[in-house]
Ligand binder design. Structure first.
Ligand SMILES: Nc1ncnc2c1ncn2[C@@H]1O[C@H](COP(=O)(O)OP(=O)(O)OP(=O)(O)O)[C@@H](O)[C@H]1O
Ligand SMILES: [Mg+2]
Length: 531
């Protein structure tokens, strides 16, 4: 049987054989195409596709184009089943196109996942103005691993011109992060991976941000993202920290522990059904470090500070608005709360009147008169005590969570007990006159010395002396670049001696006054007996 001829017939070739008995035309047909031929045919196919696409883009209506695109994708999926799922997180969302918090969180999260081989990066000055932050640029890919599963992220965009716009202005590009993963990880993504990305991203963002000091009362209203805000802001750059605060080390440690425990207690507060906030009352004479401690607290916890000037708040409604605008991870400070006399005056005076202590009543009346006079001069603040109490523990105070409320005062005895009861002001911290322990911290800060032969003398003098850390600091501060530490210490000794002398004079005066007051009732008694 002639197999050759049969195959030749099947191939539709003639029977003309070469010298080896093979079909020469069949050999020519089976030759693999050369690279040049391949390139030529590919480029011609590509050119045809491009040409067709250009025609479609130009002449085909936008809706039809989208329709074609969708069906083409479905068709491709049908031929080559795709096991991957994609999730897009757009930069601007909602009708007002606010910047998506999820997008910002993903952005921060991915900035920590940059691989060494990433080629397209972008550098931006982020919230922290002192630092560049690096992130992936468009179409760069990042691979992330979570619970042994792989995830791929890319930053893409939908070109604005690709969308039909009815507005006169061209549509801007819409950027989005695309998350791609195998469909078998779908549950993992929806149940935990996305939550993990959001949580980590937010934390990274908060830790990196340049902290701010907000204040009301300057009269300036700022506009952020087209919304006017009642707070003005500056960068918060106070250098205070707990290492440089002069106070009893045990007390200091207790405060630090309290603050750190608060920061870590989100779940605890949720469990006991309490808003995640804590009130601190700092009290003590002027210059004992109350404001400095607030700055140290903010630096320790990495919180923003809202310095609320109560006398500049028109009424309770404005107070509530201000509160609502504060963000999480912040300290709301009301300094010198006793000076907002509206909150302390009337309620207390009634109690005093009943207590027949004439001297105290007179003193209070004098204070109220002074206050009324000042009120006439100043713009009147109509914030009431109940308004302030609502501010501290009303339902609005729970918005945002993770907030400290700090009051400072020089006269704790003037405050209404309702204002400072536990639950409102949870921790009362007294900052008082400088002790020897506190002095040692200041001498380390200001002179960089931990021990000196004059320390013993200072220890004796400082015991019971009413000198504030601010005064000690002022004495220790070198007055010229060449001044030796010893000079500063001697200056402090002189001040302490002066204070001691003044205190002695004062106490002898006091004694004399006491003696006189003892004598006077006697003379009255003598007169009565004569009668
Ligand atoms: N305990 C302290 N530790 C370190 N420095 C202190 C301390 N107390 C006061 N100082 C220094 O004294 C200055 C004044 O302190 P600060 O403003 O904190 O006092 P204050 O208690 O807030 O006073 P006021 O009641 O008048 O507001 C600060 O600049 C700080 O350097
Ligand atoms: Mg202060």
């Amino acid at each position: 049987m002639d197999f050759t001829s049969t195959r030749s017939k099947k191939n539709g070739t003639s029977n003309s054989n070469d010298s080896d008995g093979r079909d020469s035309r069949a050999v020519v047909r089976r030759r693999p195409p050369t690279i040049a031929e391949l390139l030529a045919s590919t480029s011609s196919t590509l050119a045809t596709i491009m040409f067709t696409w250009t025609i479609i883009r130009q002449y085909c209506p936008h809706d039809l184009r989208q329709y074609l695109h969708r069906y083409l994708n479905n068709f491709i999926d049908y031929i080559y089943p795709n096991p991957y799922v994609r999730i897009a997180i757009y930069e601007f969302v909602g009708e007002r196109l606010n910047r998506s918090k999820a997008f910002a969180a993903v952005e921060s999260y991915l900035s920590t996942k940059l691989s060494d081989d990433a080629k397209r990066l972008k550098a931006e000055v982020g919230d922290n103005k002192n630092n560049f932050s690096l992130n992936i640029d468009e179409y760069e890919k990042i691979t992330d691993e979570y619970e042994n599963a792989e995830f791929w992220w890319t930053l893409s965009k939908i070109s604005g011109s690709a969308k039909k716009s009815t507005s006169l202005y061209p549509e801007p590009d819409r950027r989005y992060y695309q998350l791609k993963f195998h469909k078998k990880h779908r549950n993992l993504v929806t149940e935990s991976y996305l939550k993990h990305v959001l949580k980590e991203g937010r934390e990274i963002k908060v830790n990196r941000r340049q902290r701010k000091l907000y204040t009301n009362g300057t009269g300036n209203r700022w506009t952020i993202h087209r919304q006017s805000t009642m707070w003005s802001e500056v960068y918060f750059e106070h250098p205070a920290n707990f290492d440089t605060i002069a106070m009893d080390p045990e007390k200091k440690q207790e405060i630090v522990e309290d603050l750190l425990t608060f920061r870590e207690s989100k779940d605890y507060y949720a469990r006991i059904g309490k808003a995640w906030k804590r009130g601190y009352l700092l009290y003590g004479p002027p210059g004992t470090g109350k404001s400095t401690m607030i700055a140290a607290m903010a630096n320790l916890l990495n919180y923003d500070v809202y310095d609320l000037e109560l006398t500049a708040v028109k009424d309770n409604t404005e107070l509530r608005k201000l509160l609502i605008e504060t963000t999480s991870k912040s300290i709301i400070v009301i300094e010198d709360i006793d000076c907002s006399l509206e909150l302390t005056g009337q309620r207390k005076i009634k109690k005093e009147e009943s207590s027949k202590d004439e001297e105290k009543v007179k003193e209070k009346e004098k204070l109220i008169k002074e206050h009324l006079k000042r009120e006439e001069e100043e713009v009147k603040s109509r914030v009431t005590l109940s308004g302030l109490l609502n501010f501290i523990d009303g339902i609005w105070s729970a918005c945002g969570g993770e907030r400290l409320i700090v009051f400072t005062t020089n006269h704790v005895e003037k405050l209404d007990p309702a204002l400072i009861r536990s639950g409102r002001m949870d921790k009362h911290i007294e900052l008082s006159y400088c002790t020897f322990q506190a002095f040692k911290v200041l001498s380390k800060n200001y002179l960089n010395i931990e021990t000196h032969e004059l320390f013993e003398e200072i220890q004796d003098l400082i015991k019971g002396a009413k000198i504030t850390p601010a005064d000690v600091a002022e004495n220790l501060m070198p007055k010229s670049r060449q001044e030796a530490a010893e000079n500063s210490l001697r200056r402090l000794i002189r001040s302490l001696e002066e204070l001691k002398r003044a205190a002695e004079i004062e106490s002898t005066k006091e004694e004399k006054r006491a003696e006189k007051s003892k004598e006077s009732p006697k003379s009255i008694a003598v007169l009565e007996s004569v009668d």
